[in-house]
Write a protein that binds this ligand. Structure first.
Ligand SMILES: [Zn+2]
Length: 200
């Protein structure tokens, strides 16, 4: 949610700019690229091509990659049967780019409790879980991301409108059934939200 690349025609002077690069565009005008990360969640590695490939291999596919299919999802969820569903969703080795708020939202769209063990997910629940990734992500991307507590901004410093799409994350009332009082708990050290009425 917070931490972003910034692109600008003037030097980036924002607080928490940890890396500042200067280059030129096709018109030979100066362009600045800044990595702004207030919470210092990001990592940066200086690697050669071979190391880069080895590093990327450790990550699971992006959700919009053709590799992410219903059968791939089922295989990954079954990989760690005893793990809780949301903990597996956050595993970057399985699904790259699923962060904390998305993992809660995916569980909400799939109508599954985040604390369900992976082995308890039934075959008939998988189609909805697969669709849930896109139900959570598509509107968020369309509304240019989620800006929470003044955090996330895109590369041009624009804030996202994704807050309007949330079902349970930091919500008081579930935006799915409009009845359930959203509950929160901590899973793998991260705040987790769910609706006790919709999510089984
Ligand atoms: Zn609900």
């Amino acid at each position: 949610m917070s931490g972003a690349w910034n692109i600008s025609k003037t030097p980036i002077t924002k607080k928490h700019t940890h890396l500042h690069l200067e280059t030129k565009n096709q018109n030979k005008e100066k362009i600045y690229l800044g990595y702004v990360d207030p919470r210092r969640f990001g990592f940066m590695y200086l690697v050669n091509q071979k190391q880069r490939e080895a590093h990327l291999k450790k990550l699971g596919p992006d959700i919009y990659d053709p590799e992410f299919t219903p059968s791939f999802l089922q295989e990954m969820i079954k990989k760690f049967p005893a793990r809780k569903l949301k903990v597996t969703l956050l595993d970057q080795k399985l699904f790259a780019g699923i962060g904390n708020y998305l993992a809660s939202e995916i569980c909400a769209h799939a109508k599954l409790k985040p604390t369900r063990s992976c082995k308890s997910i039934k075959d008939k629940e998988f189609p909805l879980l697969y669709q849930a990734f896109f139900k959570a992500l598509d509107p968020s991307i369309k509304s240019k991301g989620l800006t929470f507590s003044g955090g996330y901004q895109d590369a041009f410093g624009e804030k996202g409108n994704g807050l309007q799409n949330l079902l349970v994350f930091h919500q008081k009332v579930c935006q799915n059934c409009l009845k359930g009082k959203v509950k929160s708990l901590v899973l793998a050290g991260r705040n987790t939200f769910y609706c006790p009425l919709c999510q089984k």
